[in-house]
Design a binder for this molecule. Structure first.
Ligand code: ATP
Ligand SMILES: Cc1cn([C@H]2C[C@H](O)[C@@H](COP(=O)(O)O)O2)c(=O)[nH]c1=O
Length: 217
């Protein structure tokens, strides 16, 4: 595909949305075609699936149902938005993708990383990001940030116990070792300016490698 696929991952409150929003603005200003999107969601059907998964009242949801719903929303989002954008040559920045399923459902829920990877192979047809920025925050710091954010709706996964969120972070550490060629960890405990500069440099390097000498950013 002509475009480049970049994802942002991390535990709750790591600052992914803040930083990739700023990177999208920089790249657009530099003249690149950018699609900024998120999972679960980004298009109508996937947003509908998102509200089912994340509704705090759906406490009886089975772990495998949850994993399948994330995979279903991913499939529709890829088919309808991400793949067409990559085919047009865009830079696609996506807030969460398959690694969230592997860390949350595969590891923290205990389904198994390999099992969740397998169902996602069907959903993605093997598509993986070119670059994944992993925002590495201490769990308590991230949860503290979202607790302070009055504009954010509390969702079903936010309400999980601290132990669950710690397992999510452990899951991401396993993924960093498994996918060192595409996953890049950034210390997300630091201030926004430091994190933004570090993430932007990594994105610009990847964009330069991908698009070659015609790069103008
Ligand atoms: N480096 C930072 N230091 C302090 N506060 C931050 C930092 N980055 C983001 N924040 C604040 O923390 C809150 C969560 O940030 P943001 O929504 O970007 O995180 P996120 O990783 O997308 O969260 P989630 O995936 O859990 O929704 C926001 O109120 C944001 O302003
Ligand atoms: C894609 C994906 C997400 N999750 C979880 C992670 C968060 O708790 C929510 C999404 O909320 P956000 O504010 O948009 O980050 O869903 C997951 O468990 N599995 C996934 O595949």
């Amino acid at each position: 595909m002509k475009g480049i696929f970049i994802t942002a991952e991390g535990p709750e409150g790591a600052g992914k949305t803040t930083i990739i929003g700023k990177i999208a603005a920089y790249l657009r200003e530099a003249g690149f075609p950018v699609v900024l999107t998120r999972e679960p969601g980004g298009i109508r059907i996937a947003e509908q699936i998102r509200s089912i998964i994340l509704s705090p009242e759906n406490t009886e949801m089975d772990a495998r149902t949850e994993a399948l719903l994330y995979a279903a929303s991913r499939r529709q989002h890829l088919a309808e938005k991400v793949i067409p954008a990559l085919e047009r040559g865009a830079i696609v920045l996506c807030d969460r993708f398959i690694d969230s399923s592997l860390a949350y459902q595969g590891y923290a829920r205990g389904i198994g990383i390999e099992e969740v990877y397998r169902i996602n192979q069907f959903a993605t047809n093997g598509l993986l990001p070119d670059l994944t920025l992993y925002f590495d925050v201490e769990v308590e710091t991230g949860l503290g940030r979202i607790a302070k954010n009055q504009n954010r709706e509390v969702n079903r996964l936010d309400l999980e116990a601290l132990e669950f969120h710690k397992k999510v972070k452990e899951g991401f550490q396993i993924l960093l070792r498994r996918f060192p060629e595409r996953m890049y960890a950034i210390d997300a405990n630091k201030d926004v300016e430091y994190i933004y500069e570090t993430a932007l440099q990594k994105v610009l390097d990847a964009v330069r490698d991908h698009f070659g000498k015609n790069f103008s950013g």
